[in-house]
Design a protein around this ligand. Structure first.
Ligand code: ANZ
Ligand code: ZN
Length: 873
């Protein structure tokens, strides 16, 4: 073909197609479209400045899904936006005297350009930034909706206070007792804060996890643990008098161990502890000391167990002559259970450590099966396992499970001053979501404080309540607090002078509904358009990092429920399918002076074994360190711009998708990217040669059996790629494309170019087109260039997915239904002559099967040859 260049030049070709896609609005998505919908979304980025390789991987995956589903006839929604509020913008503003808005929008402009250079099939007309008043205006109105419904409320709460950043931190932002950004020791403070009532939905958020069968099992498990439902009992311990109160109630999940009790402990901020501290300076200073440590579970778990003996005695609920000392203890949390415990050192490690420190001893009450009661002693650790009850009077001989039921039943039936001694109780770890942040760069909470009327919602007509532009960051604290005029307003109820709320919302609120906003991002009057949002949601495939497995996903699930209650949409679960991609990792390099070197600062000597690396600057040898997640601190990053600049976006995308399963880590290597670049040229030559073949005049030479072989390799690859795509196994798709390319190249070598018959040329033309369609979702620019080379008049991005000719593969490939315990759960497409071992291997790799097994081995796998597979679990 005339004018076709020998070498494929990505630098020229890629911008050309990006321009054509843009001119033709190829990726524009209409809301009124009769085709079935498909919503694919990658977690939107924080505009930190530049995209990194993790973004490239994430967005390449989402783009493949979007392009394939478009080809398969779906009306695909694939939008992009910016999670644009947050502290880094304020920090940057402080450092370089600029403004968070300027910093943020500049970063967005840079990163948008970078993402566009990747050739992503995004409908950019739907772009949103959460810091834009046109977005957060609706967030404010939804806050007012939630306020009306009682889903948002104010309460006094103990908070983690970062003394350097001068802000409240969420528990997760406290790492080992220190602020996640400032690294300063966190203090506890009591502040009036805004909360979302997520605990109202605790049961529903937990139970609905079962229905999320296209979520990774591990994410569902992490959410389950976070919600932390436990079934236990409240036991009321009466206090030997005189004492300030009659009794202490404790929460326990192990009432069976009641005869192993050695002490009762209350939280430092338990009302009783406060009362006692009033007249006891020593206790007061102990309590204050406890409050200096963060409130996070992790912080408490790692801290040394310490207590203060109040001198009070609690009566054992099943033996009036048995007295237990009452401590104030640092490891008891006020906002969990009843804020008090009974301690059983033999069977709880925390209690064990505590009892050891204070010489309280232990009594074992659970003896492991097969161990002689008299032989059972503890050496330095509690026994938390199962067994038989011992030293427990009427419970002896029972299992702990049986004993739990029996002891609660017994205590429920006993009364103390007209009150039951115990009652069953379900408890959750999940706390209400504190959303107040004392920061500037966030969504203002739309309420007004009036001395007369109290907290008054801002009038809806006054929304958006925008941030003032004239602020400074040179002093710590919240700029909204010290702004001379911003907070001054009048009360909407009484008209007197009043003050605006200066707290802004946690940025997790911003990201808890953006997926809904994308469905109709220009609606000015409401957050969503009901018919539109109900059509598009749920997101069919959500893709992002495992680091968001708990908070972002849980908050989004909650917020969707809140939006349902306030009439903004109709469903509860926003993400039907979730995929968590792995990290991009790279070797690290250490210079002789101990400093880290970046991959651009070293030279590799491949000839030597083991491989040797030298500093480019002075030629000195460099130590090759561990392969780690790309990070600025280890300097083992590779800049996507550099890679796209020298190899092209397609090569970068291809390599990202090729090397490892998408949920595993991918190791970035120079050889890897070089290999991908070579393959691009190989594909380009093959398609060129096929194009040449097809443009020659017709001759009948080879038997049509040959043409069939050409078609068969392509259709076989198509069937396999289809199966792999449905499970997002992009690396396997890549492998199929490699294989098909080699096969077509081999077959083409057998063809006499000037003498090939019509059928052979048609077969190559068809197979070449299939090949292009299989790799184009991953390398879209090369796809278009090759598509045009084969003489197509449309774009490959607009072409329909190839139709599989079953008759060609029926002989080799086989569709096997897979049952689990007799119920059909999946299919596999596998070679007809696959061995039992190969079938077993394929079956065990299925997500559906893995989910069922939950890490266990199947009891057996029954294979009925050529018919069906049954996994017995
Ligand atoms: C006695 C006991 C004996 C306990 C034993 C455990 C083992 P989960 O399962 O996480 O819900 N606990 C209760 N309230 C607490 C609080 N406010 N702060 C710290 N610890 C608290 O944990 C329930 C168990 O955690 C409860 O059961 C209680 O200790 C402790 F062999 O009661 B257990
Ligand atoms: Zn008022």
């Amino acid at each position: 073909m005339a004018g076709r260049s020998e070498r494929y030049n990505a630098r020229e070709v890629e911008p050309k197609w990006q321009k054509i896609w843009q001119e033709r609005s190829t990726f524009r998505t209409a809301n009124d479209d009769n085709r079935p919908k498909y919503y694919v979304l990658e977690m939107f980025p924080y505009p930190s400045g530049r995209i990194h390789m993790g973004h490239v991987r994430n967005y390449a995956m989402g783009d493949v899904v979007a392009r394939v589903m478009r080809a398969k006839g779906y009306n695909v929604l694939h939008p992009m936006g910016w999670d644009a509020f947050g502290m880094p913008a304020e920090n940057a503003a402080r450092l370089n005297g600029s403004h968070p808005a300027i910093w943020t929008y500049e970063n967005i402009a840079t990163m948008r350009k970078q993402l566009q250079s990747m050739g992503l099939s995004i409908d950019w007309s739907r772009e949103i930034a959460t810091c834009d008043p046109s977005y957060y205006k609706h967030q404010q109105s939804m806050f007012l909706d939630m306020l009306e419904k009682g889903l948002a409320y104010r309460k006094n709460a103990k908070v983690n206070w970062d003394p350097v950043d001068q802000t409240v931190l969420a528990n997760e932002q406290v790492i080992d007792g220190r602020g996640w950004r400032s690294n300063a020791p966190v203090e506890q403070r009591e502040l009036t804060q805004w909360f979302f009532k997520i605990t109202d939905f605790a049961d529903d958020l937990l139970n609905s996890l079962d229905g999320l069968d296209r979520w990774p099992e591990k994410v569902r498990l992490m959410q389950k643990n976070w919600i932390g439902r436990s079934e236990g009992a409240l036991i009321h311990f009466s206090l030997a008098q005189p004492a300030p109160v009659a009794e202490i109630s404790v929460y326990t999940t192990r009432p069976d161990t009641i005869f192993g009790a050695k002490f009762v402990a209350i939280a430092p901020d338990h009302p009783l502890a406060r009362e006692l501290a009033n007249n006891n300076p020593e206790l007061r200073s102990f309590v204050e000391e406890c409050q200096r440590v963060g409130t996070s579970v992790a912080a408490l778990e790692t801290a040394e167990k310490r207590g203060f003996d109040t001198g009070l005695k609690a009566n054992h609920p099943l033996d009036p002559d048995w007295k237990l000392p009452v401590y104030v203890a640092n490891f008891v949390l006020m906002d969990y259970g009843a804020g008090a415990i009974f301690g059983c050192p033999a069977h709880d490690q925390r209690d064990f450590d505590f009892a050891k420190a204070y010489g309280l001893g232990y009594t074992v009450v659970v003896c492991p099966e097969g161990v002689q009661e008299s032989d059972f002693v503890l050496d330095n650790a509690a026994y938390e396992g199962d067994g038989r009850m011992i030293n427990s009077r009427f419970l002896n001989g029972m299992t702990p499970k049986e004993a739990q039921i029996e002891v609660v039943r017994r205590m429920e039936g006993e009364f103390l001053d007209g009150r039951r001694r115990a009652e069953r109780k379900v408890n959750f770890k999940l706390r209400d979501w504190g959303i107040s942040r004392q920061r500037y760069w966030g969504c203002p909470i739309p309420v007004i404080h009036c001395a007369e009327c109290g907290v008054v919602p801002a009038p809806r007509a006054s929304l958006p309540i925008t941030l003032p532009a004239d602020v400074t960051f040179d002093v710590p604290g919240n700029p909204l607090d010290r702004h001379p005029t911003w907070r001054i307003t009048t009360c909407p109820q009484c008209g007197r002078a009043a003050q605006r709320e200066t707290d802004t919302m946690d940025t997790f609120v911003d990201s808890s509904w953006y997926f809904a906003r994308f469905t109709d991002p220009t609606n000015e009057v409401a957050p969503t358009t009901r018919s539109v949002v109900d059509h598009w949601l749920p997101v069919d495939q959500y893709i992002g990092g495992i680091e968001h497995a708990i908070l972002h996903l849980l908050y989004s699930r909650y917020f969707t429920r809140a939006m349902k209650e306030t009439g903004h949409l109709s469903l509860k679960e926003p993400f039907a399918g979730l995929f968590t991609q792995g990290m991009v990792v790279h070797e690290t390099y250490r210079a002789q002076d101990g400093g880290w070197l970046s991959p651009t600062e070293i030279r590799t000597d491949d000839a030597s074994t083991p491989r040797q690396v030298f500093s480019l600057k002075d030629g000195s040898p460099v130590e090759i360190g561990a392969i780690e997640k790309m990070s600025k601190s280890k300097r083992n990053t590779v800049d996507p711009d550099d890679i796209i600049g020298s190899f092209g976006a397609d090569t970068a995308r291809w390599f990202m998708l090729s090397d490892s399963p998408p949920d595993g880590d991918v190791i970035w290597t120079e050889e890897g990217i070089q290999g991908a670049a070579k393959f691009v040229q190989k594909l380009w030559r093959l398609i060129g040669d096929i194009a040449d073949l097809c443009s020659n005049a017709a001759h009948e030479t080879l038997p049509s059996e040959f043409a069939n072989r050409v078609r068969k390799v392509a259709h076989t690859a198509l069937a396999k790629v289809d199966a792999d795509l449905s499970r997002l196994r992009f690396n396997r798709c890549v492998a199929q494309v490699y294989e098909l390319t080699n096969e077509l190249r081999t077959l083409l070598a057998d063809v006499d170019h000037t003498n090939a018959g019509d059928d052979v040329r048609a077969a190559f033309h068809e197979s070449g087109k299939i090949l292009i369609q299989l790799f184009a979702p991953m390398m879209p620019h090369l796809g278009e260039e090759c598509w045009a080379t084969l003489g197509a008049s449309n774009l490959v991005a607009e072409s329909a997915w190839p139709t599989l000719d079953h008759s060609l593969i029926v002989n080799d490939m086989l569709n096997l239904p897979v049952q689990i315990n007799g119920k059909k759960r999946a299919d596999i497409i596998i070679a007809r002559d696959a061995t039992s071992k190969q079938i077993e291997h394929a079956v065990l790799g299925l997500d559906a099967v893995q989910r069922f097994l939950e890490g266990r081995q199947p009891r057996k796998i029954v294979i009925v040859p050529q018919r069906i597979v049954n996994v017995v679990v």
